[in-house]
Design a protein around this ligand. Structure first.
Ligand code: MG
Length: 220
């Protein structure tokens, strides 16, 4: 790695760490490393993240996209998941837009991407994940699932996007807790299902981040 490449990575990792969000530092760096593997394995790779919030994971993944000539599509409706709404565990009142009382993380996401100077390789997609998945045709070299953690949105993300992961490409799932005492079930169940389906094999983990790789020529 050249000196300038290293310093750019260090700069982006430092920015990601400062950015608002729920990704622990070691998991963010593991996410970045996994996306670098994907970016190197696929020419002009397409990355997708589902669940961008205020842009923390976007910067980790954008760093890998920039370094490998990939493009990251960062998908979120920016209205917060169920667990972010008032009265729930991860509610942050200052993210509510006073004009309509709804969460709006898009301005925060946009600022994070601009401050990181990643606008040339990160594209924001604002909308509903299953709707976008239905219209999406480009095979994914890297797909990061970190959207709504309730049963319905988590499975909709998996069913919508896992088939669009290219053979030999990567699927990462966040907030996978093997012990139910540590967190909600759906991300764990997606991860288990992906492995049990025979379509994906393990390719690393860090904390609650699980990295999978789609078996080439595997069952579909
Ligand atoms: Mg998460």
């Amino acid at each position: 790695m050249s000196e300038s490449t290293r310093s750019r990575r260090d700069q982006l990792v430092a920015l990601a760490k400062e950015t608002r969000g729920f990704m622990p530092d070691d998991e963010g760096e593991a996410l970045l490393e996994a996306a670098l593997r994907a970016g190197r394995a696929f020419d002009k790779a397409t990355f997708l993240e589902i669940g961008a919030w205020c842009g923390k994971s976007t910067i980790y993944l954008g760093c890998a996209a920039e370094a490998t000539g990939a493009v990251l599509f960062s998908l979120d409706h920016h209205r917060g998941s169920e667990e972010n709404q008032a009265g729930w565990e991860h509610h942050e009142p200052d993210l509510v837009d006073p004009s309509d009382g709804r969460i709006d993380t898009l301005p925060h996401w946009r600022r994070a991407v601009a401050v990181a100077s990643l606008e040339s390789c990160v594209v924001g997609v604002v909308g509903d994940s299953p709707t976008v998945a239905r219209c999406w045709r480009t095979p994914l070299a890297f797909c990061f699932v970190d959207g709504g953690h309730g049963e319905e949105p988590a499975w909709a993300d998996y069913r919508g996007w896992a088939p669009l992961v290219a053979e030999g490409a990567w699927l990462a799932i966040h907030d996978v807790f093997e012990d139910p005492a540590d967190g909600g079930r759906p991300p764990y169940e997606l991860w288990r299902h992906a492995l049990d389906s025979g379509r994906f094999v393990e390719d690393g983990h860090e904390g609650s981040l699980r990295v999978l790789r789609k078996a080439a020529g595997g069952r579909r």
